[in-house]
Design a protein around this ligand. Structure first.
Ligand code: PBG
Length: 326
């Protein structure tokens, strides 16, 4: 005699919905945005089908459209010209640079949105590394000083949260102090805490033209083989003052997301990165996967693992599929 029949709870869509443990909502998402110099530009990114880099004017139009759909959280990245790159990332600290200019204009136009800004030197670096290079090595403390100046530059322009993605030691505490000293006590820090040295960032590096010129990022990003180290990195960031922490990439690191969720008491974000996006797009283009279902399944898994916040290039699409928002 079978007495336990879990299938009763899968009897109809109504019952399935009633007992579902995980629900995606508009408020889960942070939408990544890429800004470039110029006007009237909506540039395709070859390795990220249907995703674009925008000049400020078309970016503002894009944000307005996304806001009308119910998306209010954004993370901004800037692509600057090769001529503006150097080893120390001076342009990242220039108050008249593209990035702070875009932050100012976006917050002026849409004060109600939350704007996160990426803090790392790679898009500004002739070497394509997140830090300053000396004798072929990425130097920590000098980089942290540059990251503090970059963070102040973004805070002054109106960033709500700075998001250090560089994985240098001690940068969260140093950035917190630098912000506080200048009176930016309300500017938050979303720390990329468990950021792995992953191959899944490939398409993003095309988007920003920021691939490392030599070597790889394994001397600062985390070893893909480790998970206790993720906890160590994250606890350090929390102790140093991070308001939120992040696991990145998301889909291949669900174990890390759930581990951090159980151990820390700040919101845990997860970044479904460019390669995770492009894998689904590529398989769907070939008719090998149902794109909509793959989007919802991967995002649901990330949330089920424990993510409180999800950074994803699929935010708009997910809203459409789930008929969320307006
Ligand atoms: C910059 C940065 C990267 C990503 C976010 N911030 C690239 C890298 O570390 O090489 C990756 C995002 C993505 O792949 O979607 N440090």
């Amino acid at each position: 005699m079978i007495t336990q029949r879990p299938r009763r709870l899968r009897k109809s869509s109504a019952v399935l919905d009633l007992v579902a443990e995980t629900h995606l909502r508009a408020d889960d998402f942070i939408v990544p945005l890429f800004v470039v110099e110029g006007t009237g530009k909506t540039e395709p990114i070859s390795s990220m089908p249907d995703y674009h880099r925008h000049s400020l004017d078309t970016l503002l139009q894009r944000i307005e459209k996304l806001m009308n759909k119910g998306l209010f959280n954004y993370v901004l990245f800037a692509k600057i010209g090769d001529g503006q790159k150097d080893n120390t990332g001076e342009n990242a600290c220039d108050p008249d640079g593209l990035f702070p200019f875009a932050i100012r204009k976006i917050k002026e136009a849409f004060p109600e949105i939350t704007l996160f800004t990426d803090i790392a030197l790679d898009p500004y670096s002739t070497f394509g590394h997140d830090g300053i290079v000396r004798d072929g090595k990425i130097v920590n403390d000098e980089t942290v000083e540059a990251l503090c100046r970059m963070s102040l530059n973004h805070a002054q322009a109106g960033a709500d949260f700075v998001a250090p993605s560089d994985m240098m030691d001690g940068r969260v505490g140093a950035i917190r102090q630098a912000l506080d000293r200048q009176g930016f006590t309300d500017t938050g820090i979303l720390a990329y805490s468990a950021k792995y040295a992953s191959c899944f960032y490939g398409p993003f590096r095309d988007a920003l033209d920021s691939a490392p010129g030599f070597g790889d990022k394994r001397s600062y990003q985390m070893d893909i083989r480790n998970s206790r180290e993720a906890l160590r990195e994250t606890l350090l960031d929390v102790a140093e003052g991070a308001d939120m922490v992040m696991v990145k990439p998301a889909g291949s690191y669900l174990d890390v997301i759930s581990k951090l969720k159980a151990e820390v008491h700040v919101p845990v974000a997860a970044y479904q990165v460019s390669g995770e996006y492009s894998m689904i797009k590529a398989a769907a283009e070939r008719g090998w996967l149902n794109e909509d279902k793959a989007i919802i399944e991967t995002l649901t898994a990330i949330k089920r693992a424990g993510a409180d916040v999800i950074l994803t290039y699929f935010a708009e699409k997910a809203m459409e599929i789930l008929k969320l928002g307006n």
